[in-house]
Design a protein around this ligand. Sequence first.
Ligand SMILES: [Zn+2]
Length: 162
Amino acid sequence: MKAASLFQGRLELVELAAPCPKAGQLLLDVKRCGICGSDLHTRLHGDELADTLELCGYPRYMRSGQRVVMGHEIYGEVVEHGPWTSGRLKPGTPVVSIPLLRRGRQVDGIGLSADAPGGYAEQVVVQESLTLPVPNGLGPDLAVLTEPMAVAWHAVPSAAAR
Ligand SMILES: [Zn+2]
């Protein structure tokens, strides 16, 4: 599959093997993927953020010397279910997902870790339990804004309460 991979601050078009969903995961065809401030800051200053997160106990935030497929604001359609999934989202279902990927006790931010490739690609793996169907025929250009809207929905009231 084609993907945009970040390496040393530069995005390049690469050909990668299609990802394979593991236990509890879904494979999506990516239809839209947003780019946000986290992506733009990480492109140039990811090593500083990775250093800080490592001090906080998270050692797998992406670094400039790694080739990483970014993209965590994803709208896609279900293609395939990994083992130990419920099957509640049928193939072809339009979905959005909280961009966290779990493998055993390891949890990584999709598109912000070399261990969890993101949505700047033709396909992406997401966690079934964190994936929601897009309701009422909402179009892809609006549905892809779900993740940034959820961040604002959480952050604005928290800031107002201070
Ligand atoms: Zn974001």
